[in-house]
Each structure stands twice: as structure tokens, then as C-alpha cells.
Design a protein around this ligand. Structure first.
Ligand code: ADP
Ligand code: MG
Length: 323
């Protein structure tokens, strides 16, 4: 079983940023409205993630580290449901297989919390402990028992950059959650959780961008589009500033990108690309669930309809913009 976990870990856990992604998504799934991510050495020696979510019941703690023992979605059709980011039940087992993990957790209706240690898939201890409501994960020494994989990590600075990008994306797709990101004792990002996407854009991208946004709130019953597109004055020479999220997940989609860019290019030169932060809420029936959800590329059941809805939403927003 430990070997299988190690192999499964290869698919889920590529680098420290993968751990941050899985643990922060779990915190959001647990209903947290405040999440703190703290790292040392680009997350290679330490990742600490604290949330104020539901916590895990004492007797469920070891179970949470079993592979496929998810408390969440089971059916393939539900994979892209809007309500939950987790679905495979293999994040915790994969992380524990290749790291030293300490978990402190407490639910609101239990008097004491639990402290659990698991390293390389082996349980070390489980004890009662006083703790605030919610969950803290400390993940130390990624790949300490798989040196061949550790060699593929980049420098601490580069790994920290990947984590920072990851936290920023999650913050942009969850304006209702307050995120704090601390790297080597320095606070790099702190969002308020006040639902104001524009504030988060300001924190991440600065004033010039935040001051030149056009709001988009459009779509149909099955495809809602909310967010911002940059005015042509802040267009870019590359696609790095195109962010879009479908049902809370950061994704790439040629259809969405093409629709946005085509609409944008009716106002703007061809070699320029827009700044966007767009959150799509799409009915699961319109999504192609055959695409592996861990991958970023998403396909749609009705490509042409998706293209048209997005194109028109962006076109309308740009037509009615205040310049
Ligand atoms: P999944 O998210 O796919 O269910 P994971 O391996 O990521 O699988 O997590 C296993 C289980 O552990 C979750 O289903 C959830 O019940 C519990 N869990 C993990 N992290 C948290 C957290 N931060 N707060 C509350 N419960 C959690
Ligand atoms: Mg999960």
C-alpha cells in the first residue's frame, strides 16, 4: 500500500506548489473563510497551512489519509460540480507518502483537538491536544524519501514563485476567502475575503491594472461570466495575464481564450492580449468530464455555443466601456 501511495503521489505531487494547491483546496472545501499559507525555502523544507474550516473529527483523521477515502464526490458525473474542489481522495495519502506530515485539527463540537504525525505513509502518533477550531497542516521535507524526485525540484526561489502564482490564482477565484501568504517570514499577499475581486487584483497586480478594468457580468442560465477585463491601454504582449476559472478551478481553454481574444481584437491590435480575471460558472452538463480534472485544459460539450456566449459577453463589455 505504501508503494502504491508513492506511485500515486507521483501523479498528484510534482512539487511544493502541488501540495499547496491540494491543501488550500481542501481548506476551501471545508468551508474556511480564512486560510494562511506559510513556506520556508520555497516550501521544500516547510509548508504550513492553517484554516478556520470544519476541522476533522478525531476518528476520521487516519481515514483521511487512506487513498480514495474521500468524504466528497464519488460519481464521475460530479467531477466538475461547482460545490467541491476535491474529488479523488488521494491528495493526503500522496502528500503523506513523500513528506513528513503533522496535522492539528479540531471540530467546533469537540472539546479537544487531535495531533497526528505521519511520515512516508507510516503513522507515527495520534494524540489529544488543545487546538483552535479548524485545521493546520505542517508538511516538511518534500521527497525526503525519494531523492531521485527531489533532484527535479528547482531552486527555493523558483519553487516559491510557483507557490506564489498558485496562491494568487486561488485567491482570484475565491474573493470570499481571506488568504495570507507568508514566505520566509515575510507577508507577500493578504486578501480581505470581502468578496471584492477588484481589491484582490489591486493587491496582486497593482494600481495601474486595477484602475483600468471593465467589469463583466453576463452570460446565460447555464454559463455565468463574472469578473474583469483590462481596457486596451493595459493590454500585454503575451497571454500571461489571461486568467480564467471554471467552477472555482484555474483552467486553460482554447475556446475561451480564442473567444476573448477575438472580441478584444475587434478593438485592439492583433499582437496584443488582454488582462483578464474571469470566473465562469458553468453547468456541469456542458463540460466534457472525460478530461482528467487534474489537468488544466478543459473541453466543452458545445464548443460553438461556448465561444458565442463568451465572445458576446466580452464584446458587449468593451462596447459599453467608459474610456
Ligand atoms: P478529497 O479532497 O479528494 O476528498 P483529500 O485526500 O484531499 O481528498 O482529503 C481527504 C479528506 O480529508 C477530505 O475528504 C476531508 O474529509 C478531509 N480533509 C482534508 N483536509 C481538510 C481540511 N483542511 N479541513 C477539513 N477536512 C479536511
Ligand atoms: Mg482534496
Amino acid at each position: 500500500e505504501q508503494t502504491i501511495d508513492k506511485i500515486a503521489a507521483g501523479e498528484v505531487i510534482e512539487r511544493p506548489a502541488s501540495i499547496v494547491k491540494e491543501l488550500v483546496e481542501n481548506a476551501i472545501d471545508a468551508g474556511a473563510n480564512a486560510v494562511t499559507v506559510e513556506i520556508k525555502d520555497g516550501g521544500i523544507s516547510l509548508i504550513r497551512i492553517t484554516d478556520n474550516g470544519s476541522g476533522i473529527e478525531a476518528k476520521q483523521v487516519p481515514v483521511a489519509f487512506w487513498r480514495h477515502a474521500t468524504s466528497k464526490i464519488r460519481k464521475a458525473d460530479d467531477l466538475l460540480d461547482v460545490t467541491s474542489l476535491g474529488f479523488r481522495g488521494e491528495a493526503l495519502s500522496s502528500i503523506a507518502a513523500v513528506c513528513q506530515v503533522e496535522l492539528i485539527t479540531k471540530t467546533a463540537d469537540s472539546l479537544t483537538g487531535v495531533r497526528y504525525l505521519i511520515e512516508g505513509g507510516k503513522e507515527k502518533s495520534l494524540e489529544e491536544i488543545g487546538a483552535p477550531d479548524g485545521t493546520t497542516f505542517l508538511v516538511r521535507n518534500i521527497f525526503y524519501n525519494t531523492p531521485a524526485r527531489k533532484k527535479f525540484l528547482k531552486t527555493a526561489q523558483t519553487e516559491a514563485g510557483y507557490i506564489s502564482d498558485m496562491v494568487e490564482r486561488i485567491a482570484l477565484s475565491h474573493p470570499e476567502v481571506s488568504f495570507k501568504f507568508i514566505a520566509n517570514n515575510q507577508t507577500k499577499l493578504h486578501t480581505s475575503g470581502n468578496h471584492q475581486l477588484k481589491d484582490i487584483i489591486y493587491h496582486i497586480y497593482g494600481r495601474d491594472i486595477a484602475a483600468n478594468l471593465i467589469e463583466i457580468s453576463a452570460g446565460t442560465d447555464s454559463v455565468r461570466i463574472n469578473g474583469f477585463i483590462g481596457k486596451p491601454v493595459i493590454s500585454r504582449g503575451n497571454r500571461n495575464y489571461e486568467n480564467y476559472f471554471v467552477n472555482g478551478r484555474y483552467i486553460r481553454s482554447n475556446i475561451i481564450a480564442k473567444a476573448i481574444e477575438d472580441a478584444y481584437h475587434t478593438f485592439m491590435m492583433k499582437h496584443k492580449y488582454p488582462f483578464t480575471v474571469l470566473n465562469f460558472t458553468i453547468d456541469g452538463k456542458l463540460l466534457d468530464v472525460n478530461v482528467h480534472p487534474a489537468k488544466l485544459e478543459l473541453r466543452f460539450a458545445e464548443n460553438e455555443e461556448m465561444y458565442r456566449i463568451v465572445y458576446e459577453a466580452v464584446r458587449n463589455a468593451l462596447t459599453h466601456r467608459e474610456m
